[in-house]
Design a protein around this ligand. Structure first.
Ligand SMILES: [Zn+2]
Length: 338
């Protein structure tokens, strides 16, 4: 899942500056035991891929440099290589920590202008710019049936993680149809409500909208668009129509047949919708209970959070398709079969 294709000839990241300046390559290793190396890879069309380590999940995230435009910035870890990157513009695909977390440091080191989606920046400020987001999201999960211990874990984790996320304040805002250095801005909601893609000459910089081996998480969260899975399925259909020649994702390898991958993901969610519908009956059940049926009982708190949010996005889609009903009140929310 995390390897690189041989034909891409990964080189150590500090080759970035060396390559830009036409001198020989050299390398550094990340100090962290077991984490991946920072790497710099030359891709077709003069695009360069900078890979940064992550402490969790897929263990790495890709940033891309096209001319003087940098796409995404990794998590805000202290040893990111921004002084070696010559960028005038930084464009953010979405506000999740592994993409926006390094934006402030990258902007400071390069002097670049930061661009971010209008809706995405509003959510970024709401989540990372407020002190009480972990409490708000924890109470939302309790409302959807999570036990108090799970909610407490969420609060502790949320506060521990937030200091690593340093987004850039007051970016230039982007919308569908905006342009950055010749890249057309596409709004591709689903994985994040305000997720952007950047399209130029058949190349789509896709963030986490489309990943080769991972099904991008599509969750329902408080204060967000009401039907993220419906949004995502529409964005996947749009991707099939756009038929980009190559997709550069935030994690994993480039995607050469975007239409095939988009169809696989649509199928995956159709199947998951059926599984979720089967977990419903006449008795009201919470999203938390249903997530245990669909995703199993043994999950770490972070994984459970994703599972509940993902279950909710499927439940809300089922409500819109007439296959489920939502009930309850301000304190508790339940779902039943049709
Ligand atoms: Zn990501």
């Amino acid at each position: 899942m995390y390897g690189f294709n041989d034909h891409l000839k990964p080189m150590p990241f500090t080759g970035l500056r060396a390559l830009l300046q036409g001198s020989s390559r050299y390398s550094i290793r990340m100090a962290t035991e077991g984490s991946i190396e920072q790497t710099f890879v030359q891709l077709e069309g003069g695009i360069q891929r900078l890979t940064l380590p992550l402490p969790t999940g897929p263990k790495h995230v890709h940033c891309y440099l096209a001319g003087r435009t940098l796409f995404d910035t990794g998590l805000g870890l202290a040893d990111a290589p921004w002084s070696a990157v010559e960028a005038e513009r930084i464009a953010i695909t979405h506000f999740h920590p592994d993409h926006v977390g390094g934006a402030e440091a990258a902007a400071r080191a390069t002097g670049a202008t930061v661009f971010q989606g209008g809706l995405d920046y509003a959510q970024c400020e709401r989540v990372w710019g407020s002190d009480d987001w972990p409490e708000r999201i924890a109470s939302w999960f309790v409302r959807h049936g999570a036990p108090a211990a799970v909610a407490d874990d969420l609060i502790a984790q949320g506060h521990a993680f937030a200091p690593f996320v340093r987004y850039a304040v007051e970016p230039d805002l982007l919308y569908e149809g905006s342009e950055v250095d010749g890249w057309e801005v596409l709004e591709l909601p689903g994985h994040a409500d305000g997720h952007l893609g950047f399209l130029r000459d058949g190349v789509l910089i896709a963030g986490d909208h489309l990943l080769q081996r991972i099904s991008p998480a599509v969750g329902l969260y408080p204060e967000s668009r009401p039907d993220p899975l419906g949004d995502y399925l529409t964005s996947l259909e749009r991707t099939i129509e756009l038929a980009p020649r190559i997709v550069y994702p935030g994690h994993g390898e480039p995607i050469l047949d975007a239409g095939v991958r988009a169809r696989e993901l649509i199928e995956h969610h159709r199947h998951r919708l059926d599984e979720t519908a089967e977990a419903l009956g006449g008795e009201p059940r919470s999203a938390y209970e249903i997530s245990v049926d669909v995703f199993g009982a043994e999950l770490e708190p972070t994984q459970r959070r994703f599972a509940v949010a993902e279950t909710l996005s499927h439940l809300e889609r089922l409500v819109r398709e007439g296959r489920a009903a939502r009930g309850g009140d301000d304190q508790r929310v339940f779902y039943t079969g049709p």
